[in-house]
Design a protein. Structure first.
Length: 243
């Protein structure tokens, strides 16, 4: 059971709460203080999180680009850009920020708090500022780990949303590029009456057969089989293993 949050938090309280929420302990707490301080609560603009937000925005974009590039070699530039745009947005950053409980950690001036909470723009800014602060405090690996860990759900949704109905096309591109051959699909099993058959199909690339998948028709089964093949080629577990 989590500890109750005091009604009035000092700056030190908010920094300690933030470190617990983000699962990262700062060596230089001045960086954390700056990241949490909105211009309305700062003694001057340079003491706010605006400069850190500027840096964090670029670090976030690069980290997501690098992750997508390395994890999804089957996607072309335009597809990578679409997925990145869905993840690296102010809406997504604000959503993740609220999920992390950063609203309670913000150091803001009077008048910034609204009946519905703090503005989404502030939540987005503090998330990016924290990315920069972690980068300056712990280096690239620490910042990248924080980004991928906190955005993992959004990344998964964006990739899955882009891939649905597109697994066969993605596998075709990857197979042609890396193996110089198109994938083929083999019927492994079928069951059910003629008017309501289900099909189990496996994808095969250059002689390697991947985990088969069931579908309500052959087209659906082939899409799922291609999804399994793509996952296994990346070293992940196949998503469609229902029997």
């Amino acid at each position: 059971m989590s500890e109750p949050v005091p009604q009035v938090l000092t700056s030190d309280d908010k920094m300690a709460l933030c470190e617990r929420q983000i699962v990262y302990a700062f060596k230089d707490r001045n960086l954390l203080l700056a990241a949490l301080t909105h211009a309305s609560g700062a003694s001057n603009r340079l003491a706010s999180n605006e400069r850190l937000e500027f840096l964090g925005d670029s670090i976030l974009g690069f980290a997501i680009c690098a992750w997508l590039f390395n994890r999804h070699p089957e996607y072309q530039e335009g597809e990578l850009t679409q997925i990145k745009s869905a993840v690296v947005s102010r809406r997504t950053c604000a959503k993740v920020s609220r999920k992390l409980g950063l609203e309670d950690c913000l150091i803001i001036g009077r008048g910034m708090q609204q009946a519905t909470g703090v503005p989404k723009s502030l939540l987005s800014d503090v998330y990016e500022a924290l990315i920069a602060a972690i980068y300056l405090d712990g280096g690239w690996d620490s910042a990248c780990e924080f980004i991928i860990r906190t955005l993992s759900e959004e990344l998964s949704l964006a990739v899955k949303g882009h891939s649905v109905g597109n697994y066969k096309s993605a596998l075709q591109q990857l197979a042609q590029k890396n193996h110089g051959a198109a994938p083929c699909y083999r019927l492994v099993q079928e069951q059910g009456p003629d008017h309501s058959k289900s099909f189990m199909i496996s994808a095969e690339v250059s002689g390697r057969q991947f985990t088969p998948a069931w579908g309500r028709n052959k087209k659906d089964a082939e899409q799922r089989a291609a999804g399994n093949a793509l996952a296994e080629l990346r070293g992940d577990s196949p998503p469609y293993t229902d029997v």
